[in-house]
Design a protein around this ligand. Structure first.
Ligand code: B12
Length: 335
């Protein structure tokens, strides 16, 4: 018998256990960081789904169902073939509060011991991102990213953007997961593929907010660019989406913008504000910001990110976070 204290606290004690309605497929998908289609497939193929259906035969999940599905997800993430993982999850003896799983190793051909040992490594260097006190949506996004499930990542991020807006989603959902992913890479050297899947999903979701903008209020453009060699472009998309919510249109030049290309873009468009993001120190440092074209009227030039160092050239403003960036750009465009 192998015992794992495996179920995260937010998966415990759902209302079906007290005779209430339980969770919907969408809610379970969010909590587990698994696409709803994957849950339906597991139900159809392996009979691993909800034990109760409510009126209208919609699936409703109890904490015991969730504990089994969570185990299934963990085993699959740890490399178990889905059919084997499902057999083990179905054979698991789940306790009443869903907090423990007693797994019978004879129920499966898998050697479950090493897989269970590898689950929930505590310091973010293993197969999870360590986010012990995080909200369910944060843990769901982290799990989806770790599973390289870009569809679930997109669903979780879009859901939050729709409900809470760009600034809340950036500060409370995206930053914690991005920092966790970055820390895992720092500790283990693993997970660049996770960073890429997460970044692509976040970029696409934030771009979706921008694509719904019509009737922008700013007559002169706003330019958002990364410094020379800088690949960390996500903050630009966050700024662009947060501005779009205020009906301000921005032109995102994206990652690795050579200094000469930025100069050319400024000359061609005559922007009211230019924000340049640097996570890493740019090759020519903050001095490059002093060498932007002197237009009339002069654009507001903003340096964002830790790469610019402590001293900025005269006339260049420093932006400290997303709210600050939106406020300064809104002021520059006169909104
Ligand atoms: C995603 C990611 C990538 C992706 C980027 C994809 C993309 N399209 O953006 C990829 C895989 C390409 C990548 C590459 C690299 N990465 Co990287 N990456 C990250 C990760 C996980 C998130 C980056 C991000 O968007 N951060 C945004 C927020 C979450 O960062 P933050 O520091 O908390 O931001 C706060 C402040 O900066 C502040 N702030 C201050 N001013 C402003 C202004 C504005 C407008 C905003 C919004 C915020 C803000 O508020 C922010 C919170 O809102 C970070 C981890 C991390 N902690 O950020 C590593 C991280 C930035 N990467 C790092 C490194 C070392 C690299 C690589 C050199 C190594 C590698 N893996 O190959 C390359 C660099 C390549 C290059 N030339 O640029 C290090 C940087 C360490 C350092 N300071 O030197 C980090 C910190 C990882 C780590 N923990 O070590 N990376």
């Amino acid at each position: 018998m192998v015992t794992a204290d495996a179920t995260p606290p937010e998966l415990r004690l759902l209302s079906t256990d007290a005779g209430g309605p339980g969770l919907t497929v969408a809610a379970v998908a969010r909590r587990l960081g698994v696409a709803p289609a994957t849950l339906r497939t597991w139900d159809r193929r392996y009979a691993l789904g909800s034990s109760a259906h409510s009126a209208g035969s919609h699936r409703r999940y109890s904490s015991l169902d969730l504990a089994r599905l969570d185990l299934m997800r963990r085993l699959v993430n740890a490399g178990a073939p889905p059919a084997e993982a499902a057999r083990a999850a179905l054979a698991a003896d789940v306790t009443a509060d869903g907090s423990h799983l007693d797994i019978d190793p004879d129920a499966s051909d898998l050697d479950l011991g090493p897989i269970l040992d590898g689950m929930d490594a505590p310091h973010g260097g293993g197969d999870v991102i360590a986010l012990p006190t995080a909200a369910p949506s944060v843990r769901g996004l982290a799990r989806a990213a770790m599973s390289l499930d870009s569809i679930a990542c997109g669903q979780i991020v879009r859901d939050s953007l729709g409900r809470r807006g760009v600034v809340w989603t950036w500060d409370n959902l995206l930053v914690p997961v991005l920092v966790g992913v970055g820390r895992r890479w720092e500790n283990s050297g693993k997970g660049v593929e996770v960073e890429h899947v997460l970044s692509e999903s976040v970029t696409a979701s934030l771009s979706g907010v921008v694509s719904r903008l019509s009737g922008a209020v700013n007559p002169r453009p706003v330019i958002l660019a990364c410094a020379d060699d800088e690949m960390h472009s996500l903050p630009l998309f966050a700024v662009s989406a947060a501005l779009a919510e205020r009906r301000i249109a921005a032109r995102v030049l994206g990652a690795r913008v050579p200094h000469d290309a930025l100069v050319a873009a400024i000359r061609r468009t005559g922007p009211s504000a230019v924000l340049v993001w640097a996570y890493l120190e740019p090759p020519r440092g903050a001095q490059s910001l002093a060498e932007l074209p002197a237009l009339r009227p002069a654009p507001v030039v903003l340096a964002a990110g830790p790469g610019w160092g402590p001293t900025l050239p005269p006339g260049v403003g420093r932006v400290t976070d997303l709210v600050d960036a939106v406020a300064r750009i809104s002021h520059a465009v006169g909104v």
